[in-house]
Design a protein around this ligand. Structure first.
Ligand code: GLN
Length: 233
């Protein structure tokens, strides 16, 4: 096995606040489904990395502008992004949901008319909201991180948000006072992928995919999912 000095080293960006995929724990270590997957893959494939947590928008733009090698951030694989990024093997199924504050009187998308919807800059949830904005006649306000966005909806400055279903459900389970309106029928079902800039970092992408196949086969991937999503405690 190569010694550490000869192992390839990469700069990987992530969303600083995206539980259960990416978040800092009580010891200020970055953990979560994405982070545990990345760590296990790096170990299996013999590469090291510097993790750079930031906003989701900055995380993806750092990679498309060559300031970082790769991004793992609960990033949805979309046709538009495939023009800019190469994605690794899809690793988690997701979809877009809309949510309101617990106890809100909003019952349907029609109730959003004239009101303000909070969206997260550069995300597929924001794109979805913008695609139906004219039809339902709402205003939008932008946030860079999910925590601040949730607070805006809970405080009533905005009345709803559009974002990833598993992330919203996880936050609600952990005490965020929101309610998902379409848990059974998410929009734009799709998958998350690790990404590099299109045409760049082929070795990193290949290592990710090889390592992912290994951790899928040996049960590590399922253990990670269970740890964050199926833990009984
Ligand atoms: N999955 C969404 C996207 O790719 C949101 C990602 C995030 O906020 N970290 O746009």
């Amino acid at each position: 096995k190569a010694d550490a000095a000869s192992e390839p080293h990469y700069v990987i960006t992530t969303d600083g606040t995206y539980p259960p995929f990416d978040f800092a724990n009580q010891d200020n270590q970055y953990v979560g489904i994405d982070q545990d997957i990345l760590k296990a893959i790096a170990k299996a494939e013999g590469f090291t990395y510097t993790l750079k947590p930031m906003s989701f928008n900055a995380a993806t733009q750092s990679v498309s502008s060559d300031q970082a090698d790769g991004v793992i951030a609960g990033m949805s694989i979309t046709p538009e992004r495939k023009a800019v990024f190469d994605f690794g093997t899809p690793y988690y199924r997701s979809g877009i949901a809309w949510a309101v504050a617990k106890g809100s009187k909003i019952k349907s998308l029609e109730d959003l008319r004239g009101k303000t919807v909070a969206i997260k800059t550069g995300t597929s949830g924001a794109d979805y909201a913008l695609s139906i904005q004219k039809k339902y006649g709402f205003k939008v306000t932008y946030f860079n991180d999910s925590e601040t966005l949730y607070r805006d909806v809970i405080n009533g400055n905005s009345v709803a948000t559009f974002g990833d279903l598993p992330v919203l459900l996880y936050s609600i389970k952990n005490g965020t006072e929101l309610k998902v309106m379409n848990a059974k029928n998410p929009y734009q079902a799709g998958e998350y992928g690790f990404a590099v800039k299109k045409g760049s970092n082929a070795a990193l992408l290949a290592a990710f995919n090889r390592g992912f196949a290994k951790i899928k086969a040996d049960g590590t991937y399922q253990k990670i999912i269970d740890k964050y999503l199926n833990a009984s405690a």
